[in-house]
Design a binder for this molecule. Structure first.
Ligand code: C5P
Length: 397
């Protein structure tokens, strides 16, 4: 992504350094435009070093040669202004093109995000509110400000949104919404099967794969319910609705409820195949090694759901295999009656939760590689889901 980061003159300008650094580390191309006042807070040299490109400030600057404001507004795919002061919001709302940042803003036609940062009284002033209204009407995405401690030492609404939040908001803004309106249930993580209150059967799944799928689907416009086992505390996209569960039986119950109003089920959870047959409510002491350790089979969540909704919902399962992963995934797809199975090669020193895995997607049209990186595998899997939905196979809730 090619991004313009606009920096205006507020104390939060130092946080824009982290924003630029995060974007560059994520492989994005960044050009920084500062207002003249911003240069009083942070040196242009800092941004030049972080972004690897010349920093533009005044309308007469030519970082990209003559007519740099046009070159920059045509080059960028997204623009984020952080921090956005009250004065800059006013300039943008009025179209006052008296510095490079407001000039490029007028010429740019892609998504624009602003991250206001100011004292609460300034943020709540009717003029600022009116300017923000105008900007929103013009399609500008306003991120924050957040509540917290301010430079004045006071506490209130006026803190700039955090850089990681802005990076996410930027990704959201540029994402293709090819899953808009699609409702999905995604499972993630390990289940816990208690023998007694202090002992349980589980596995080392971290939930990363399921969370990557849920977050990316939400970014692509889907409404996602994430049914996750304990200890899956990874950051979630704000549009992901989390329904935590403990055991396989809990998971089946929540999934059965959630799937009714969804079109897609993605079972990325590592569900325990067994559970203690006689769990007890008090701790078992070592002297009494007895029938508490007997096991019984758990329901197969995905198979149960597939049996109930086959042909009406898109059903995708996962398979962890130590050998012949693509062939075994295909066998599992047929056995469980699923539309697709993602096969992950595990073992050989690599286990659950560890990157990289070789993975494949097995569908009725064949098997294709998904690569070794979980985020990339999630993206490719969702490409296939979006394709299936576009084909209009009649998935319904
Ligand atoms: O049969 P196996 O455990 O290899 O299949 C893995 C797939 O089945 C995953 O999608 C997993 O979420 C799902 N599964 C399930 N309920 C179980 C066991 C596995 O939904 N009890």
């Amino acid at each position: 992504m090619r991004v313009i980061v606009g920096v205006s003159g507020g104390i939060a300008a130092y946080k824009a350094c982290e924003l630029v650094s995060r974007l560059v580390q994520a492989g994005e191309e960044v050009r920084v435009i500062m207002t003249p006042t911003a240069t009083e807070f942070v040196s242009p040299l800092t941004f030049r070093a972080l972004s690897g490109g010349a920093v533009a400030i005044g309308v007469e600057d030519e970082p990209e040669g003559p007519l740099s404001h046009i070159t920059l507004s045509h080059w960028a795919q997204a623009m984020v202004v952080a921090p956005a002061t009250a004065s800059l919001l006013a300039r943008l709302a009025q179209g006052t093109a008296d510095n490079m940042l407001s000039l490029v803003y007028l010429g740019f036609r892609g998504p624009v995000l602003v991250a206001p940062a100011m004292e609460p009284d300034m943020w709540q002033h009717p003029r600022t509110e009116a300017n923000v209204r105008i900007l929103k009407e013009d399609g500008v995405i306003v991120v924050g400000p957040r509540e917290g401690r301010l430079a004045s030492g006071r506490t209130g609404v006026g803190r700039m949104a955090e850089p990681h939040e802005l990076v996410e908001a930027l990704r959201d803004a540029v994402a293709v919404k090819d899953l808009a309106g699609v409702r999905m249930v995604v499972t993630a993580g390990a289940t816990w099967e208690h023998f007694d209150p202090v002992r349980l059967l589980t596995n080392p799944s971290t939930g990363r794969m399921g969370v990557a799928i849920a977050n990316q689907a939400a970014r692509r416009g889907a409404a996602v319910v994430l049914v996750s086992g304990p200890r899956v505390n990874l950051p979630l996209h704000p549009a992901v609705q989390k329904r935590p569960v403990v055991s396989a039986v809990d998971m089946l119950e929540v999934v059965q409820d959630a799937i009714v109003s969804a079109e897609v089920y993605i079972g990325a959870a590592a569900v325990s195949d067994f559970r203690p047959a006689h769990p007890v409510g008090t701790k078992v002491h070592k002297e009494s090694l007895g029938r508490e350790w007997e096991m019984e089979p758990n329901p197969d969540v995905i198979r149960t759901i597939a049996d109930q909704h086959r042909g009406k919902k898109l059903m995708i399962g996962f398979a962890a295999e130590t050998e012949d992963a693509p062939a075994r995934a295909e066998a599992k797809r047929r056995k469980k009656g699923l539309d697709a199975v993602v096969a992950n090669m595990v073992g050989g020193g690599r286990g659950f939760g560890e990157d990289p895995h070789d993975s494949w997607l097995s569908t009725d049209t064949g098997t294709r590689p998904l690569g070794r990186d979980k985020d990339q595998a999630a993206a490719l899997l969702l490409d296939w889901v979006a394709e299936r939905i576009r084909e209009g196979a009649g998935w319904k809730s």
